[in-house]
Design a protein around this ligand. Structure first.
Ligand SMILES: [Zn+2]
Ligand SMILES: [Zn+2]
Length: 439
């Protein structure tokens, strides 16, 4: 069930032309119509009160949480309450017991539940009017243990490119708001290139042993000025790090070389909204190959796709029309598949809650948003690596083929264990194959 939830996307949004979105946002920005007229009508007192509430409420929430969490008696009580609610929901829904180790039962120490501070807290919690966050029988469908793809191997956004977020000085915005010169009122033809949009997207891979299900692999933020190839270059993928085989005169494999990190992706294509963007290599455009392949299918079964007029390296995101929450298909390195889903399209400078009501700003781009280094990698699922078969402690880096001393072939070893083994006796039959290095 939870696998199914993870591989289910949508409903998709309406198609959004990135170029039109930018044009609308930029012209609204330049004409100063970003502030809603109703804000102007507020009295200064109301304005101040609203601002105090906005800036105060978070710290109030935070401190009340910390008060409970920092007190061992109170936090233990809250934890026990949660555990028993979860157990009750699971029991009612007849959900199978979670796999793995049995859940610990939290038993309250004698008298702790009747401590005055606990009773006081419970009274306060019972008085909360917000009831929609409670757990119901239906919640059992969405309850699962944490998975590997829930964790992030990155502790901060990682700069993986050279894209720069173009912004304008705050002075410029103020000037256009107060006394907008006529020249700025209607956006100039190059207004769309004035600022860029930030598009965040998530990359999904098929689960090897369950190919109809997908799992989250990474999340990226690209600029609308960047191309599909710019994205392809930064998607973490084992196929892009495959060691290169060395062939001898007879065509047998004689050794391996580590791949050169040129970021070149032979045999690649993107399939977005019925259009295929190929790699336009001299004689083998992958888009043409795919379409030729589909021609072999019976007519009723052919996917309705056509070749785009530009290749992936020529296509910037600003030239695309995208739907949010709609999975798109990537094929590269010959036959390696990925899917990507647009999570958000936002203006580089402002957050809008909707592209049709531009006069409402959700929030300003956060000052901590990195100004350069796009595409940024926002999330990376930790890679589960095979451990060394000898020590069982560190990830293996070699696959040893044909060494009679190891008792199995191939045998995965770490570098120190393989060094400690010394040279093999049947030297000429042994091959040391480097394993893929994960980013
Ligand atoms: Zn791949
Ligand atoms: Zn080892």
């Amino acid at each position: 069930m939870s696998r199914g939830f993870d591989s289910h996307f949508g409903p998709p949004s309406q198609p959004i032309s990135v170029a039109e979105f930018l044009q609308e946002a930029n012209s609204a920005l330049l004409s100063g119509s970003l502030t809603n007229a109703s804000w102007e009508q507020l009295t200064p007192e109301y304005d101040n009160a609203a601002e105090a509430e906005i800036s105060g409420s978070i710290s109030e929430l935070k401190s009340s949480l910390e008060q409970v969490w920092d007190n061992p008696v109170l936090s233990a009580h809250v934890l026990r309450q949660h555990e028993s609610t979860v157990a009750a929901v699971r029991g009612q829904a007849d959900a199978p017991a979670p796999k793995g180790r049995k859940r610990k039962r939290y038993v309250a120490p004698e008298g702790s539940e009747s401590a005055p501070e606990v009773l006081q807290l419970q009274e306060k919690l019972d008085a909360v009017n917000l009831k929609c966050w409670g757990l119901t029988v239906e919640s059992a469908l969405c309850m699962r243990a944490a998975k590997n793809s829930d964790y992030n191997a990155l502790d901060a956004p990682k700069k993986t490119g050279t894209g720069v977020l173009r912004t304008i000085n705050h002075g410029d915005v103020g000037a256009t708001r107060n006394s907008t010169p006529d020249s700025l009122r209607s956006p100039s033809p190059n207004a769309t290139s004035y600022l860029n949009a930030v598009i965040s997207l998530t990359v999904y891979n098929r689960i090897t042993y369950l190919p109809s299900c997908l799992t989250r692999s990474s999340q990226h933020a690209v600029l609308s000025t960047q191309t599909l190839d710019d994205l392809l270059r930064v998607i973490p993928c084992a196929s892009s790090n495959m060691p290169i085989e060395h062939l001898d005169a007879e065509g047998d494999i004689s050794g391996y070389n580590l791949p050169d990190q040129t970021g070149e992706h032979s045999g690649s294509l993107f399939c977005i909204e019925g259009l295929v963007y190929g790699d336009r290599s001299e004689n083998t455009d992958y888009a043409e190959k795919l379409i030729a392949h589909f021609q072999k299918l019976p007519e009723g079964k052919r996917p309705k796709i056509t070749k785009a007029s530009t290749s992936a390296s020529e296509t910037a995101f600003s030239a695309l029309t995208l739907r949010i929450h709609q999975p798109y298909w990537i094929l590269h390195q010959g036959n390696c598949e990925h899917f990507f889903v647009i999570d958000q399209i936002r203006h580089g400078l402002f957050h809008f809650n909707s592209i049709t009501t531009l006069n409402v700003i959700c929030r300003l781009a956060h000052p901590s948003d990195p100004p350069s280094g796009y595409p940024l990698m926002l999330h990376l699922t930790p890679t589960l690596q095979d451990l060394c078969r000898a020590c069982g402690k560190v990830p293996a880096v070699h696959s040893i083929v044909g060494d009679m001393r190891l008792g199995e072939s191939p045998c995965l070893l770490c570098a120190p264990c393989w060094r400690t083994m010394g040279p093999p006796k049947n030297d000429e039959d042994v091959m040391v194959v480097p394993l893929v290095i994960h980013p």
